[in-house]
Write a protein of this length. Structure first.
Length: 292
């Protein structure tokens, strides 16, 4: 595919610390494929026409990224590494940063990319595999509507785990527009079909219900809302070191307040993710099968 100078930038949120995984899963290669999920995602975006990627990282993985992963990526792909630092807050909130060890969350991570983004962008997380078609869908969306945000959401049946219940954000739609994302917990396949807990009440959920898996198509207007929201988050800070500023929360607030609308596309591929090291081999096999 020839270079697309008007294609969206890819933003990869790769700054997490991987506490449940027991290491930096962003740079852990998959068995069989011998590449990281992040590499596969970048390759899929490249195949869809993307030629620029901004990777939001923590300082601990920079060296291995530069030495082992970046050299394997296409030579004509522009890549920027941007570190997410706890101290990257407005001056009046610097005292909060002194008492914090973890990053501020996905909303703050995306804010660190603001100086490097012009035009639309595709936002993903480093440890989720979305499939090739999602990038094609998003590039085509921005071809049609470069000033309007979008999401590729996944049928719930394609996001379940064989290891037990999972939590997902259930999309509530009006036509093809996102209205809200409702948190649903302990979703799993049972003899009665797919069930989950919504407001602590068990409910049956149709298998084709769309779930948000953090595959966003954003515009520059979102960064303005993110800054305002982050200031509000910090003003309400309650000394809880686990409290995070979440990207989906900001997007939903923008939708509810009618600041912007967001088109939802149903994914054509399966989603695969890794939480624990024990999942690596099984996930690698499924991704390899989907890509072949």
């Amino acid at each position: 595919m020839q270079q697309r100078v008007d294609a969206p930038t890819l933003i990869v949120l790769a700054g997490g610390l991987g506490s449940r995984f027991g290491g930096s899963k962003q740079i852990t290669p998959l068995p069989i494929l011998n590449r990281t999920i992040m590499e596969l995602s970048i390759e899929d975006a490249y195949a869809a026409g993307v030629r620029r990627a901004v990777l939001i990282i923590n300082a601990h993985i920079r060296h291995r990224l530069e030495q082992q992963i970046l050299p394997r990526l296409p030579s004509d792909l522009e890549i920027l590494l941007v570190e997410q630092h706890v101290s990257a807050v407005p001056e009046q909130f610097m005292e909060y940063a002194k008492h914090r060890q973890k990053p501020w969350g996905t909303g703050h991570a995306l804010l660190t990319a603001k100086p490097y983004i012009v035009g639309p962008a595709i936002v993903i997380t480093a440890d989720d595999y979305y499939g090739k078609q999602a990038y094609i869908q998003m590039v085509q969306h921005f071809d049609r509507a470069p000033q309007h945000m979008a999401m590729v959401a996944y049928p719930l049946k394609h996001t379940l785990s064989s290891l037990g219940g999972v939590n997902r954000g259930i999309c509530q739609l009006e036509g093809d527009k996102l209205v809200a994302v409702k948190e649903c917990e302990s979703i799993q396949q049972t003899e009665r079909g797919i069930t989950g807990l919504i407001d602590n009440q068990e409910q049956a959920i149709p298998s084709d219900t769309l779930a948000s898996m953090t595959f966003w198509g954003i515009t520059e207007a979102l960064f303005v809302a993110l800054e305002v929201g982050f200031h509000e988050f910090l003003r309400n800070y309650d000394s809880d070191v686990k409290k995070e500023y979440y990207l989906p929360t900001c997007i939903e607030q923008c939708i509810v307040s009618k600041q912007m609308d967001l088109t939802v596309y149903s994914a054509e591929d399966h989603w695969y993710g890794v939480t624990f090291k024990e999942e690596l081999a099984a996930v690698a096999g499924k991704i390899n099968e989907q890509r072949s």
